[in-house]
Write a protein that binds this ligand. Structure first.
Ligand SMILES: Cc1cc2nc3c(=O)[nH]c(=O)nc-3n(C[C@H](O)[C@H](O)[C@H](O)COP(=O)(O)OP(=O)(O)OC[C@H]3O[C@@H](n4cnc5c(N)ncnc54)[C@H](O)[C@@H]3O)c2cc1C
Length: 537
């Protein structure tokens, strides 16, 4: 007999932990399954040196526990990965969450049982469990992607993908002195790793396919006194976050870029470039997100900064993106990243000029020469948003596979539920408002909305919920329509389902770009109307 629960949660990251807590609080029986050996999700897996938030620490923490808010002190404005992992362990311990989590348990299949009105899941080791509700909290950036290069696993030195970086570090606890280190990939993760590895590596080779528009992080410590001020301001701060477009305290400038003088525009750009966090992206003139001529102005500004910061003009040009404008892809935040390229030990290898032919046992062979390495790090990202769901064999009504249903891109209601897959909830999933968000702010909303629905159904003795086809079509059309009001579709990125290492993917918008505050309001309205757009029976 397999175990039977009211709900099964897949994943024990920020989202899954809260979902587990919330269901337990509401009196549901619940079990969470997690591939890793510990809690934390992103902050459990990404142990590479330099990994940290681009969200302000205090805006990222949970808002739902007064005790946690009172007891936990953040020590840096942009918390490093070890501290965040510690934080999530602190929460797990405080609420004794581990007793309902089964670790080292990868869910491989999930099958809807129409007669039994339940989901049957199977783990990698063959064991089984069932539940009325199946909740995926599998993460938008959890299914890592190795590059599609011949010989990728043949390197005989130490190698890893950043999302599987060993906790004990590479080399001697990440001291790369005397080592030749190669890194493939220059997205947000690559940038964080490079600026750390450059500090000690004898030689660091950065293999770059395309640069990103990076902007300064401006991290600094949080002293005790400042932490007390942050604590006193929590209610106001959380309110500002949930009223904003992206779940941050950053808000677009109220002026139009077209109504200010050149000097006023430059003054705002300078001010934001000098400030911490995503302000340069999400606190800028709103038109940089949706008008190409406005976007050209900020791209030109950042390009000028890069030219100033990099001594060699040829390298500076190679570090300036040419195929997309600023903020059309995820903006990496950096700390002295560009200055790394002024160091003698850092070498930029431009792959459009000299493509990688293969990974060899001793290094990376490009079209012009072979780079001999001691350590090789793949910072090649993830199969974004849909990846973790795609890697589970999910079958809904009449045996329909989720993979087939989504072959041309996601179709969902609120990014939360899918026609043909009753009682399945995809938290922080494709087309969900939590995808373009300071994630915990929106993941909390997802968890609370779903749990309210489960309670509503329990109160009315209802067993099954599924959106209507009309509602799903309308939401999917709305998601696509809101994307057309941004510049995101003009760039190739994981926002658009594009990953050069996974070329089979269709180009389709993965996130929700209508603003998390609007998403939140829509979810509330639907609930108030008795879950309009859903059939509950
Ligand atoms: C390096 C990095 C930095 C980031 N920085 C920020 C930031 O500054 N701000 C921000 O808002 N977001 C950031 N993100 C996004 C980050 O993923 C989210 O903030 C958040 O951690 C997502 O939490 P989650 O619980 O939804 O998913 P995750 O943290 O990804 O957790 C999902 C968990 O599900 C497990 N899982 C997946 N599939 C299965 C399966 N089949 N069976 C069992 N378990 C499974 C995984 O092992 C994982 O532990 C960052 C992501 C990365 C990779």
């Amino acid at each position: 007999m397999s175990e039977q629960y009211d709900a099964i949660v897949i994943g024990a990251g920020v989202t899954g932990l809260y979902q587990l807590y919330k269901l337990r609080e509401e009196g549901f029986s619940v079990k969470a399954y997690e591939t890793g050996t510990g809690v934390g999700g992103t902050w459990y897996w990404n142990n590479y040196p330099g990994c940290r938030f681009d969200s302000e620490s205090e805006t990222y923490g949970y808002s739902w526990s007064e005790e946690v808010l009172k007891e936990w002190d953040w020590t840096e404005h942009f918390s490093p990965q070890p501290e965040t992992e510690k934080y999530l362990n602190f929460v797990a311990d405080k609420f004794d969450l581990r007793k309902d989590i089964q670790f080292e348990s990868k869910v491989t299949t999930a099958t809807w049982d129409e007669a039994g009105q339940k989901w049957d899941i199977e783990l990698e080791d063959g064991s089984k469990a069932s539940a009325t509700f199946l909740i995926s909290a599998t993460g938008p950036l959890s299914s890592f992607q190795l590059p599609k290069i011949p010989g990728v696993e043949s390197f005989k030195g130490e190698w890893t993908h950043t999302a599987r970086y060993p906790k004990e570090g590479l080399a001697n606890n990440n001291d790369f002195s005397g080592k030749r280190v190669g890194v493939i990939g220059t997205g947000a993760t690559g940038v964080q790793f490079i600026q750390e590895a450059a500090k000690t590596a004898e030689q660091l080779y950065v293999f770059q396919l395309a640069p990103e528009w990076c902007a300064p992080l401006k991290n600094s410590p949080i002293e005790k006194e400042e932490m007390e001020k942050i604590r006193a301001n929590y209610p106001q701060m959380f309110k500002e976050c949930i009223d904003s477009f992206g779940g941050f305290q950053h808000k677009f400038d109220e002026r139009s870029i077209y109504d200010v003088t050149d000097e006023e525009r430059e003054a705002l750009f300078e001010e934001l470039y000098d400030k911490p966090g995503f302000g340069i992206w999400l606190g800028n003139f709103a038109e940089i997100m949706n008008k190409m001529d406005a976007n050209d102005l900020i791209s030109d500004f950042i390009a000028r900064k890069i030219r100033k910061r990099v001594n060699d003009p040829k390298i500076a040009e190679q570090l300036i993106p040419k195929n997309h404008g600023f903020g059309m892809r995820r903006v990496p935040l950096e700390t002295k990243y560009f200055e790394c390229y002024n160091q003698d030990n850092v070498n930029l290898v431009s792959l459009p000029d000299t493509p990688i032919e293969e990974i060899t046992p001793t290094g990376v062979k490009c079209s012009d020469k072979e780079y001999e390495l001691d350590i090789l790090v793949y910072a090649t990202g993830f199969e974004g948003v849909m990846g973790a769901l795609n890697r589970i064999d999910i079958s809904g009504k009449d045996g329909q596979k989720l993979k087939d249903k989504w072959a041309d891109g996601p179709r969902t209601m609120l990014g939360m539920q899918i026609v043909g897959f009753p009682n399945l909830f995809t938290l922080v999933g494709p087309h969900n408002g939590a995808t373009f968000c300071n994630i915990p702010r929106c993941a909390e909303q997802n968890v609370e909305w779903a749990t309210d629905l489960f309670s509503y159904m329990r109160d009315k003795n209802l067993k099954q919920v599924e959106p209507t086809l009309e509602a799903e079509d309308a939401w999917t059309a709305h998601v696509d329509e809101t994307a057309t009001h941004t510049l995101f579709p003009k760039a190739d990125s994981w926002f658009m389902g594009i990953n050069v290492n996974n070329p089979s993917k269709k180009r389709t918008f993965m996130l929700y770009a209508g603003g998390q505050q609007n998403y939140r309001a829509r979810c509330d309205e639907i609930a108030e109307k008795g879950y309009e757009g859903f059939v509950i029976k």
